[in-house]
Design a protein around this ligand. Structure first.
Ligand code: OGA
Ligand code: NI
Length: 417
């Protein structure tokens, strides 16, 4: 027996007593491993340990319940199942000591907040001041919050509430949407990378593929239909505003990034983080970077989002009415490492649920879309600043990102010259 298998086997027995038996209905281990392989495709297979049949069947049994981690919480468990336990020394407890509570803004340190309202006065000085703030935030943090961004507070509140209502519906109402087929317009599941991450996280997600070809209204569950359509419209406009500001921050024409079709694809995700009985053993979202140009995140008041800055995990404190903006890997590539795609994560919490809504902006992709390639923007390069990435298509990037799974910038370094 390999060491790795023994290790996971020990944990399995240790935790199983508290895990509702119905979620572990006996299944043929070999068969479930094979079906995982078939459904995830060849690129995922090398992430799986061939010895780890026990883990694979537990994953499949959990997935088959179609009730997500919300279902586990509702069943009254007091210990989390072993498939969610992070063993690699990256657990929240160990890292907690290094967290900085940036909400206190000690010595002005913390994720910057930018007031965009000033930008609507057409005052030239204010505008260039905002562009400067955006440049600084993109260079030093890759993360910032915006206030007075033009999306009414009622639209934000309705969206958070609608996502909560969706996840808190009866099992029957949700289970027909349970799927891992990302080509669907609307789908719901727990742990997008369930079968190939090292350990699961305490989160369920409803995904809406909004742009370039949005779902028909009747494809969106009635309980969150109006809110998702309304929020989707506003957040797309904000993405355009931000791409203009970021273009200017780079010294480019305001429409430069839009003309590159950076924000034409919009995927909207409504995350639900139920209370977790053992938050120190797992995460809400594991350490990762986003495979986007730009992400706009709406979070509720619970907290737990952190970004990595100078090797310290820094809280991104909930700010009423604000939206969190972060840059993704694709922006780091086209800016030739000037603007950063920063590692971030969400801690699991005994308190909850926590709701967040993430809007991912990237070029349209798949479905026969024209595939242009992306590389460092020529205007930003010089003899002193030669290209450090090669030109790649979104398909090439996405395949690599999935292969590297949640290992952060590993996908980026693959494309370095
Ligand atoms: C994401 C993400 C953070 C959050 O969806 O990529 O980082 O607060 N979400 O849910
Ligand atoms: Ni993210």
């Amino acid at each position: 027996m390999s060491k790795a298998f023994k290790h996971s086997f020990n944990f399995s027995t240790q935790h199983e007593a508290s895990y509702p038996k119905k979620h572990f209905a006996s299944s043929n281990n070999k068969l479930s491993f094979k079906s995982c392989k078939a459904s995830l495709g060849a690129i995922m297979v090398d992430k799986m340990s061939p010895f780890n049949y026990d883990r694979q069947s537990n994953l499949k049994a959990f997935d088959d319940t179609k009730t997500g981690v919300k279902g586990l919480f509702d069943s009254g468990i007091t210990k989390i199942p072993p498939i969610f336990v992070h063993h690699d020394g990256q657990n929240a407890n160990q890292n907690m000591a290094k967290s900085v509570h940036a909400g206190k803004k000690v010595n002005g340190f913390g994720v910057p907040t930018i007031d965009l309202m000033m930008d609507r006065t057409n005052d030239h000085i204010n505008h260039s001041d905002i562009v400067n703030q955006v440049r600084e935030a993109c260079e030093n943090w890759g993360f910032f919050q915006v206030i007075n961004h033009g999306i009414p507070t009622s639209v934000l509140e309705d969206m958070l509430h609608a996502i909560r209502l969706f996840h808190e519906q009866d099992h029957e109402a949700k289970s027909e949407l349970y799927s891992r087929d990302m080509a669907r317009k609307v789908l719901y599941h727990s742990n997008i990378d369930l079968y190939y991450s090292k350990a699961g996280v305490w989160k369920d997600t409803i995904t809406f593929n909004m742009e370039p070809s949005p779902p028909q209204p009747e494809e969106i569950p009635i309980i969150c239909r109006n809110a998702a359509i309304e929020y989707g419209k506003y957040v797309m406009e904000l993405a355009v505003d931000l791409l203009r500001l970021i273009s200017e921050a780079l010294g480019l024409n305001p429409s430069y990034l839009q003309d590159l079709e950076c924000g034409e694809g919009h995927v909207l995700k409504g995350h639900y983080y139920p209370p977790c009985p053992e938050p120190e053993l797992t995460f809400g979202t594991a350490d990762h970077t986003d495979n986007t140009f730009l992400t706009i995140l709406l979070q509720d008041q619970i907290g737990g989002l952190q970004v990595l800055n100078n090797n310290q995990w820094v809280d991104v404190p909930p700010l009423p009415g604000a939206l969190v903006i972060n840059l993704g890997d694709l922006l780091q590539i086209v800016t030739n490492d000037r603007f950063k795609s920063v590692h971030h994560r969400v801690l699991a919490n005994k308190i909850g649920p926590r709701i967040s809504v993430a809007s991912f902006f990237r070029p349209r992709y798949g479905g026969g879309a024209v595939t242009r390639s992306y590389g460092p923007i020529k205007e930003l390069l010089s003899e002193k600043n030669p290209a450090v990435y090669k030109d790649i298509t979104i398909e090439e990037y996405t395949t690599q990102f999935l292969k590297e799974s949640m290992d952060g910038n590993a996908a980026l370094s693959h494309f370095k010259l």
